[in-house]
Each structure stands twice: as structure tokens, then as C-alpha cells.
Design a protein around this ligand. Structure first.
Ligand code: GTP
Ligand code: MG
Length: 374
């Protein structure tokens, strides 16, 4: 509850300040007589009333002028422990009431919305897209034609933008239930969740769908990477092989009695450095091959472009978005999907194996990238 202090020379005056601001049904929490402790002409005292608005009355209350009598309390002192009442200096508190912070955020949001409403319609569309992390040429492309709908208000504009994104989103058909022999390789920067995603897929394919699954790791660089897979493989009861180049990859494949082969790779830090995956995949002709580019949900548009330049051989066929649980601004990943018509395959919203993974759906991606505020 939002308490305020009101002062007056006497109780009547303090109560009329309460009434002017919070109305006749204000909830009175307490009254105090406060004096500076001096007598005679130096003496000074007043009455302070602590009150809260009645249920249903929302800030900024009825009367702004009267509300200026006293600023709202930052944090209520426990009853009878007011430092001010004991004559000591009140100590400013660093702990703020969460409901107060929420209210201030709501006001800021409203102010920004009002500010946005006063902008030209096309700019309003761009502001909405930028707020979602969609930038530059892609934002301009999506905002094209927004002028008319933007005049119908923010909700209509957001709905329209949602539709514009939806038109261009694609998803990969489910792979784990499809019994076609397949190889799925995960590529992407270091630490984005390639190994974790493949472990989730291995567990799902093996345990939920009873598929025959095997894993080959081309990551012989990261300390502990091999041991991590050995542990996963023995827990799931699936074969695991290590390879470092085309020849060892071929040998590993020859020893791999599995319909679904998952290939783990190391993150690539410099473009042009030795990258065995492309050579390894060229040998594969007897199964479908998916090269899934793994991107964290919080990657910004400019970094997405840089990553795409690094991972151009083999060209990715699908996208996996990880770490959706770590951010609210997810639009950057559309910069990988839309311009390149890359379908989304999986969405990962946590590190737990195998729980935190979902088959991607158009609505799932939209909901993450451009959530409806209705
Ligand atoms: N919060 C969260 N953490 C994740 C998610 N996916 C993976 N992680 C965590 O991210 C960290 C890195 O995951 P890895 O799977 O090792 O990433 P990687 O891409 O294989 O990393 P390198 O092999 O070093 O290139 C681990 O601590 C994972 O538990 C996710 O969706 N959400
Ligand atoms: Mg890894």
C-alpha cells in the first residue's frame, strides 16, 4: 500500500490535506504531534497524519497540488521506530518498495508510449521494432507500409507488425520422429549451447522416440569436452566417437551403427582457420544432413551478421535459439532467419538436459521475439 505523510498546524488542517489529496475515504494509518523540542518563541510543532488512498484510487491520485504537501514515503518505518520522532536524523534507505519501482516503471513506459504516439507513423513502427531488437534494413523493410495502420493506434500497429514477421518466418519439420537416416551437426560460436542442445536431442531421440542415435565429436579443443560426451553417452547408452579430420570422421562413421548421427563441433574464433566439418560432410551421401547454427537469444543484430559470415562453409540449413530464459529482447536472431530464409528448428529455454528444448513453431518464435501486450 502506498502511504503518504500530510502535515498541518493542527489535526484539522492535516486531515483536510489528506482529504484534498486522497478523498474522504482515505485510510488513516496514524497521527503524530511533532515538535522541535524548544520552548518559547523558538518552539515549533505540527501534526503529521499518515494515510493511504482507499482501494481503487490509483496514483497520481485526485489532486496534484495537495499531493505536494509531502512526497510519498520511500519506505515506511516500522511503527514507533521513526528515527525522526526520536530526534535522530532519518537515514536514507537503499531498499525500495518493489511496488513503488513497478509503478515508476509503468509511468515511464506510459510516458514513452505517449512520446511515441506523437511521432510520425512510420517512425512509430520503427520504434516498436527497435525495442524488440530488430534493426537497420530489416526493420525498415518490415515497417514498410505501416503508415496507415499506425494511425489506428499502437495495438493495431503491433498486431500488423506481428503479421509482417509471421509471413516470413519458417520452421523445420520435426526431425526426431522422422525415421529417415539423418545427420545433425551443430555449429556456432563458443559457449552458445551446441553440446547441450545435442545432448538434449540425443536424449529425446533415444529415450522418447526409441531412435538409434550416435554422437561424433569434432571438438578436441575444449578441455573436458570429450569426457562430457563420454558421460552423456554412457548415461544414454549410445555410441560415441571422436574425430579430428576427414579421415578420422570417415572411420568414426563406419563404426557408427545409428540412424541419427549427431555431430558436435568446436566454436570457430577466426574465419579461414582449419575447419574440418565442411570436408567431413562432403563425404555424406546416404543420409539427410542438417547443419544447425546455434545462436543465443540475446545476440544483437550486428553480431548475428558477423556470426553468419564466420559460419558460411558448410552453409547452415536451420537455426537453434538457446538461452531464451536469459533475455527479453530476442529480435536480433531474426536477422539470421528472415534475410536468409533459414527455418527455426529448436528453441531452448534453459540448460537442463533434456527438458529445456522445444520444436520451434511460428507462434513460439513470434511470442519470444514480438510478444503481444494485449
Ligand atoms: N540458461 C541457459 N543456459 C544454457 C542453455 N543452453 C546451454 N546453456 C549453458 O551454456 C553453457 C555452455 O553450453 P555448451 O553446450 O557447453 O556450449 P557450447 O556451444 O557447446 O560451448 P563450446 O563447446 O565451448 O563452444 C553451459 O553452462 C550450458 O549449461 C539455455 O538454453 N539456457
Ligand atoms: Mg561444446
Amino acid at each position: 500500500m502506498q502511504y503518504q505523510n500530510f502535515r498541518g498546524a493542527d489535526l484539522k488542517e492535516a486531515l483536510s490535506a489528506v482529504k484534498a489529496t486522497l478523498g474522504p475515504n482515505a485510510l488513516i494509518e496514524g497521527t503524530r504531534q511533532i515538535s522541535n523540542g524548544r520552548g518559547g518563541g523558538l518552539g515549533h510543532s505540527y501534526v503529521e497524519v499518515t494515510a493511504a488512498p482507499p482501494a481503487g484510487l490509483k496514483w497520481p491520485y485526485a489532486n496534484r497540488e495537495a499531493a505536494a504537501v509531502e512526497t510519498p514515503l520511500r519506505r515506511r518505518e516500522p511503527r514507533g521506530q521513526s528515527a525522526f520522532g526520536r530526534g535522530a536524523k532519518p537515514t536514507p534507505s537503499l531498499i525500495r518498495d518493489p511496488s513503488e519501482i513497478e509503478r515508476e516503471l509503468g509511468m515511464l513506459r506510459q510516458m514513452l508510449n505517449e512520446l511515441n504516439e506523437s511521432r510520425p507513423p512510420k517512425e512509430r513502427a520503427l520504434t516498436e521494432l527497435h525495442a524488440a531488437g530488430i534493426e537497420g534494413a530489416l526493420a525498415r523493410e518490415l515497417a514498410n507500409g505501416a503508415t496507415k495502420v499506425a494511425r489506428r493506434g499502437r495495438e493495431a500497429l503491433r498486431l500488423w507488425l506481428n503479421g509482417r514477421i509471421k509471413e516470413r518466418l519458417t520452421v523445420t519439420p520435426p526431425m526426431l520422429t522422422d525415421t529417415t537416416p539423418r545427420m545433425i551437426a551443430c555449429v556456432g560460436p563458443t559457449g552458445v549451447g551446441k553440446t547441450t542442445t545435442l545432448a538434449k536431442l540425443a536424449a529425446r531421440a533415444r529415450l522418447d522416440h526409441g531412435r538409434s542415435v550416435g554422437v561424433i565429436s569434432l571438438d578436441t579443443f575444449r578441455v573436458g569436452a570429450v569426457e562430457q560426451w563420454q558421460r552423456y553417452a554412457s548415461l544414454m547408452g549410445i555410441p560415441f566417437q571422436i574425430a579430428s579430420d576427414r579421415a578420422t570422421f570417415q572411420r568414426a562413421m563406419a563404426d557408427m551403427p545409428a540412424d541419427l548421427v549427431l555431430v558436435d563441433t568446436a566454436g570457430r574464433s577466426v574465419h579461414g582457420t582449419a575447419w574440418p566439418l565442411a570436408g567431413c560432410l562432403r563425404e555424406i551421401s546416404d543420409r539427410k544432413v542438417n547443419v544447425m547454427l546455434v545462436l543465443p537469444a540475446w545476440l544483437r543484430a550486428s553480431d548475428v551478421t558477423r556470426v553468419l559470415e564466420m559460419y558460411d562453409d558448410p552453409l547452415p540449413t536451420d537455426l537453434v535459439v538457446t538461452k531464451l530464459d536469459e533475455t527479453y529482447q530476442v529480435g536480433g536472431i531474426l536477422h539470421a532467419a528472415l534475410p536468409n530464409q533459414l527455418p527455426f528448428a529448436y528453441l531452448c529455454n534453459g540448460p537442463r538436459v533434456p527438458e529445456d528444448i522445444l520444436d520451434a513453431s511460428v507462434d513460439g518464435v513470434l511470442d519470444a521475439v514480438f510478444p503481444s501486450e494485449a
